[in-house]
Ligand binder design. Structure first.
Ligand code: B12
Length: 173
């Protein structure tokens, strides 16, 4: 198993960054192809816009190719995959493998979160697999929204260019 570089995402580590002006991120938000839930996307879009970022929401049941084509066509700082129907770990892994298999697709950073499986929040069995497949960070519970906010704050306050992958953050509650 690959070692995971767990970043310090505590409130303390983020607070000192508030001295630096945040850079608005250009974010592509999507669900996975099998998942028709939409309020998760509405919530994520409102949260990210409230944080000052620009969000392009592809909506529910989005085919892999549409997401990948959009990432190839224009620059995004972050791809956020929000999924709750329980199949996100399968669809998400397939999606990120396809994306990372394309040339020059080490960027954008990509995260996945929500309800990733069908065994509840305690099940963290998908985390390592999704990180290994190419996600930058995996958020496996509704309560991980605070860690997600901290993660987004951290990358939007970055003073230097984003480090190349692998730059994995595992966030499990
Ligand atoms: C409304 C609903 C539906 C509606 C959706 C309507 C719509 N337009 O969205 C309908 C009836 C269509 C539906 C269908 C199904 N549903 Co449904 N649905 C729900 C329900 C009741 C509420 C979801 C919701 O809107 N929540 C409000 C939003 C704001 O919250 P959220 O989605 O949980 O998202 C939060 C977190 O997950 C997190 N989050 C989400 N994304 C991300 C991303 C990141 C990066 C981070 C950090 C956090 C994060 O933050 C959000 C805010 O807190 C939930 C049960 C529940 N109470 O949660 C079940 C639920 C999601 N559904 C479920 C299931 C199984 C289904 C069906 C498969 C049922 C079926 N047999 O047909 C289908 C799936 C259809 C499909 N192809 O996807 C299950 C999923 C089980 C699992 N994952 O273990 C749930 C949990 C119900 C249950 N307890 O079994 N559903």
């Amino acid at each position: 198993m690959q070692p995971i570089n767990v970043l310090d995402l505590t409130q303390k580590s983020v607070t000192h960054l508030t001295d630096v002006a945040p850079l608005p991120l250009k974010i592509l938000l999507t669900n996975v192809s099998s998942d028709s839930h939409t309020w998760n996307l509405v919530f994520m879009q409102l949260l990210l816009e409230y944080m000052g970022h620009e969000v392009f929401n592809l909506g529910a049941c989005c085919p892999d190719e549409l997401i990948i084509d959009r990432c190839e066509a224009e620059h995004f700082d972050l791809l956020v995959v929000s999924t709750v129907n329980g199949h996100g770990n399968i669809d998400g892994e397939r999606l990120i493998r396809k994306l990372r298999a394309r040339q020059d697709m080490a960027q954008p950073m990509a995260v996945i979160g929500g309800k990733l499986g069908i065994h509840g929040e305690a099940d963290s069995s998908h985390l390592q697999r999704l990180l290994d497949a190419g996600f930058t960070a995996v958020f496996n519970a509704a309560s991980s929204i605070l860690q997600f906010e901290a993660f987004v704050k951290k990358i939007s306050h970055r003073a230097s260019p984003i480090p190349a992958l692998p730059w994995a953050v595992e966030v499990a509650i």
